[in-house]
Design a protein around this ligand. Sequence first.
Ligand code: PHE
Length: 456
Amino acid sequence: MDLQNRPLKKRPLFSNRLSIITVAAGSAIGLGNIWKFPYITGKNGGAAFIIVYLCCIALIGLPVLISDFMIGRRGGKNVVGSFRALAGDRSPWLFGGFIALFGSATVLSFYGVVAGWSLGYVVKAVSNGFAGKSPAEVGAMFNDFVTSPIAPIAYQLIFMSITAGVVYAGVKKGIEAFSKVMMPILIGIIVLLCIRSLTLPGAEGGIAFLFKPDFSKLSAAGVLDALGHAFFTLSLGVGTMITYGSYIDKDENLATTALQICIADTVIALLAGIAIFPAVFAFGVEPGQGPGLVFVTLPNIFVQMPGGYFFCILFFLLLAVAALTSSISMLEVSVAYASEDLGISRKRATLFLTALISGVGIICSLSLGQYRESLTLFGKNFFDLADFAVSNVEMPIGGAISVLFIGWVLKRQKSEEELTCHGKIKVPLIAAFIFTAKYLAPVGIAIVFLHSLGVI
Ligand code: PHE
């Protein structure tokens, strides 16, 4: 049987606008917002970096997100199938689909490891594991935990099993229903944490750090970090938003939806900053702490803070919840492909792909510990290599393919049909969008990409 042309079961669609935004914002809002954004902001000096980051979201992230949605909805299939439906069976553009498949699986492999740490830290927080420890001891505890061979892997596998369970249940009954419960919880927790942080004496220093720009602290590397992070935080270039786009009803306004998702994602990143930096300043800690900010600096602060026991639990719960609504979107990319194009049932595909991706994740986790020597390639351990390969290489390439496809390949008339829902709605700035997709975004991405590889 020709599997690619076999009659497909009717594809599911997200129920309504609110569902689309909840699910897609659930994908966008994740460890990127709560773990990565605060520490790269800290590293790059605060407010000036945030301004550059906002420009990257508006000028490049938003157009790529709209392009991903257009490809998915117009193609009406998984990431490879959508390119195939729009460009033809043997088109080189199919490469865009396959590289996205690879990217989504790779990102999930190391993401599951960090998400596992968050689960582990929920347990440590509940058992009051940080109490009475000196900052150096909390640092050593993190180091011992992530380099140990069993515990982080056990938590990673628990996390991956929950992810698989949600995807296994399907697009509507699993992904949509789960996100609708989790996202309000996430917002509730982050607001509580912000209130706690802002009411600490000395919180103003953190607010000034976040909102008073000092451009002398911004470097070229900071600009690169900003663009790379814009991709990561909006889940771009790995097929997630193409796959989710294929579940969006044909009457939805894609541009507005994409804009709302960008706003939601940015607001949560800023709230994460507000939950963290005022507390960091109130306790006189250095803001530029790097990746350990959340797992080392914060537990140290929580132990000194009134009510810190509960806020510590809430914080790591927040990380785990945010990570889950993102990891399901990563797994859905390859599950949708395998079940539609390879003729494997959705349930089997979920089980098989989860096992495969978790296996790679285990290698990433082990590469941080005692197997570091043997699990190193190109001078990087597997964990860093997976992060680098996705964030710095695959995502920019995948994102560029989407905008180039919309800018140069899909006929202008078809793009307009997609954006205006076949003329039913009026959408401003279409010409500006197409111009951005054709020139601005690809050139911006190319510069950053070449720079990150050290070519320019
Ligand atoms: N956007 C997610 C975050 O910020 C990460 C992600 C990347 C999700 C790629 C899906 C695909 O944590």
